[in-house]
Design a protein around this ligand. Structure first.
Ligand code: FAD
Length: 260
């Protein structure tokens, strides 16, 4: 079985700052991490590998430093890594991003494509489903449990706000992972050293069969007009009372402010 996991390197949210002049995210000098939902997606792919045997490839589209997220994925247990990077990808919105990723995926073998549900910076949750559409794959979003992996199918539990549904889907298929799916493993000490020596395939737009007019800013139908961070809501109120009184007090405040 071949599994490809789409990984995005995102700025650590504790450090997000907006450039007041351009209204865009300041990415320079901000520590980056592997997007949390993508770690859950990778963990599930690695668990399938442990239990059933699989070849796990991780792929990211981003600037050269996005390689670090791939190295981390290899140190967790991924077998192969692909970075797609090119100036023509710059300014891509979700449609152009998913188009570029699906072009690269066409060069890989896959039974399952995993993505995270959502990236913590862009936050749209569009890229996974869009990749499925470009590749004409069935998709299941919000996967909170893999129930069964069989020949030509996978059975998963899809979360709802107040319940779930069990879906059996033919493979190849695309699944998007949420944090309830698992607890990601740590990088393995023995794999950390090897991870830096492992070859990471680097593909540019020329390496992918793709319509270049649909890439980057030119291929992006959306434009960000303005971004802003929210003002802090104030320091709150510290209540020091015996538990019962504290609960009564808190509930009375919630009623007073029409939250309940
Ligand atoms: P979501 O849809 O929330 O992500 C869902 C899942 O898709 C992720 O968990 C992950 O598994 C997968 N995924 C998402 N992105 C990637 C990726 N790059 N590689 C692998 N897997 C991925 N961003 C820039 O970095 N540079 C730019 O110049 C830039 N210009 C932009 C211009 C415009 C007009 C717009 C609208 C956005 C721009 N962005 C840019 C943001 C960029 O388009 C999004 O970050 C990207 O498309 C992913 O969307 P998202 O963060 O909402 O991901």
């Amino acid at each position: 079985m071949n599994i490809v996991v789409c990984i995005k390197q995102v700025p650590d949210t504790n450090e997000v700052r907006i450039d007041p002049k351009t209204g865009t995210l300041i990415r320079e000098g901000v520590p980056s991490i592997m997007n949390p939902d993508d770690k859950n997606a990778l963990e599930e792919a690695l668990a399938i590998k442990d239990n059933h045997g699989a070849h796990v490839t991780v792929i990211t589209m981003g600037p050269p430093q996005a390689k670090n997220a791939l190295i981390e994925a290899i140190a967790m247990g991924a077998d192969e890594a692909v970075l797609i990077t090119d100036r023509v990808f710059a300014g891509a919105d979700t449609l152009a991003t998913s188009y570029a990723l699906s072009g690269a995926l066409k060069k890989l073998d896959y039974d399952i494509v995993f993505a995270g549900r959502q990236a913590i910076d862009g936050d749209t949750a569009q890229v996974g489903p869009e990749i499925a559409e470009h590749l004409e794959l069935p998709q299941v979003t919000y996967v909170e449990k893999v129930e069964e992996v069989g020949e030509g199918y996978i059975k998963v539990r899809r979360a709802w706000e107040d319940g779930y549904e069990i879906i059996k889907v033919k493979t190849p298929a695309l699944l998007t992972a949420i944090k309830e799916l698992n607890i990601p493993r740590y990088m393995h000490m023995s794999k950390i050293f090897g991870a830096f020596d492992k070859e990471i395939k680097v593909w540019t737009a020329d390496d992918i069969e793709i319509d270049k007019s649909l890439l980057g800013l030119n291929g992006s139908p959306t434009r960000v007009m303005k971004s802003a961070t929210k003002e802090a809501k104030g320091s709150g109120e510290l209540v020091v009372k015996p538990v019962k009184e504290a609960v009564e007090y808190t509930v009375s405040k919630l009623i007073e402010n029409h939250y309940i």
